[in-house]
Design a protein around this ligand. Structure first.
Ligand SMILES: Cc1cc2nc3c(=O)[nH]c(=O)nc-3n(C[C@H](O)[C@H](O)[C@H](O)COP(=O)(O)OP(=O)(O)OC[C@H]3O[C@@H](n4cnc5c(N)ncnc54)[C@H](O)[C@@H]3O)c2cc1C
Length: 329
């Protein structure tokens, strides 16, 4: 009986990658439902960074650092991943200096990078810039699994003698091993028999990015001010600015929203295209209780359901890290 991996985002691709490492050549079924439950838009450029997190302060911080280190060791030379300069900038009016010093243990030195018009105090480091359109297929290919891909919306899951998944057309798929990477839609999947799920504490939140074509030179880079990022991808000559995640759907015109963050970067960067010139991409995220991603695991006789959810802002490090931890059990 073939194992089923549900989803086509980073969580499901991490399951595929690690499953294939452990059982190369195995046949598996991979399901997703792009028309009803689209995965996080793969056109959004994603970054992976230590972001001034210190070890020993919180369990979430430690998980993020472990996940970052794992990502760096395992995936830094994969297609779709590039190592780039990241400047953490303390821009007055947008980032409180005392908060900056607490995070980076320094008030920084004057930095001027690429299209910046003047030096700004900050700390220089590096991060990894990921193009999901290249990286996710790379994970699938490297899994060396024999993957049967099906577009199906799962509406019910029963666990009796076998695990039975029913789709919208009332067709049933049967398996003994189910791996769920349903992202923000985890809450809608009827897997509530996982007692430990605590899915009711998860929130579906709205996030997005503004992007435009511009030539800022031949090197990719990231400028970060507090939680706002300006990402420049030199290969595609494209700039992206992210906004805060919101529960009230006011993604664009709100404090920390896309337009305000565009205004912030426009004040330190030359020739940034006007806000109205760019395009907005929006996507949902799954915010776990206390922003904590979870690996849920349910075993009954020979049957097994595993789910990673709540990845929120750090799915590209925590999902592969947690999938690895599961398959190392
Ligand atoms: C604007 C934005 C910027 C971000 N920036 C970063 C960043 O810089 N760094 C970082 O690490 N993370 C970032 N994230 C977060 C990261 O993108 C997410 O954590 C990650 O993509 C979630 O992946 P996932 O595979 O868990 O879920 P998704 O990508 O949402 O995939 C869910 C999958 O499950 C399938 N599915 C769901 N329900 C069903 C069903 N009933 N039947 C069949 N299939 C189903 C869907 O079809 C889909 O394929 C960002 C997110 C956003 C929105």
């Amino acid at each position: 009986m073939k194992p089923i991996i549900l989803g086509s985002g980073i969580t499901a691709c991490s399951f595929l990658y690690h499953f294939g490492k452990k059982f190369p050549g195995r046949e598996v079924i991979n399901l997703d439902s792009q028309h009803l439950f689209p995965s996080v838009d793969k056109n959004i450029k994603v970054l992976v960074s230590e972001n001034g997190i210190s070890r020993g302060v919180s369990s979430l911080g430690d998980l993020l650092l472990d996940s970052f280190e794992y990502f760096e060791n395992e995936f830094s030379n994969f297609s779709g991943v590039q190592k780039v300069v990241q400047q953490h900038l303390c821009v007055p009016d947008f980032f409180d200096e005392s908060k900056f010093v607490r995070r980076f243990l320094s008030s920084g030195t004057p930095l001027r990078y690429g299209p910046m018009t003047a030096p700004v105090f900050g700390v220089s480091s590096y991060c990894y810039l990921i193009n999901p359109n290249i990286f996710l297929p790379e994970l699938r290919n490297r899994s060396r699994l024999n993957i049967e891909t099906l577009g199906k919306t799962i509406t019910n899951i029963e666990i009796e003698k076998k695990i039975e998944l029913t789709d919208l057309d009332k067709h049933t798929l049967v398996t003994e091993n189910l791996f769920c990477g349903a992202g923000p839609f985890s809450k809608l999947l009827p897997i509530n028999f996982l007692d430990s799920c605590r899915q009711e504490r998860h929130k579906i939140v709205f996030g997005g990015a503004w992007g435009a074509d511009v030539d800022f030179g031949s090197d990719s880079f990231v400028l970060t001010v507090n939680m706002a990022n300006l990402i420049y991808d030199a290969e595609f000559k494209r700039v992206q600015i992210t906004g805060k995640t919101v529960e009230d759907y006011n993604l664009i015109d709100s404090p920390g929203g896309l337009e305000e963050n565009h205004h912030l970067f426009n004040s330190i960067v030359e020739n940034l295209p006007a806000f109205s010139y760019g395009q907005i991409i929006s996507s949902l995220r799954n915010k776990g209780h206390k922003r904590q991603p979870y690996l849920y695991h349910c075993r009954k006789n020979s049957l097994e359901i595993v789910s990673i959810s709540g990845a929120y802002k750090n799915g590209y490090t925590t999902a592969p890290f947690m999938a690895k931890s599961y398959f190392n059990l």
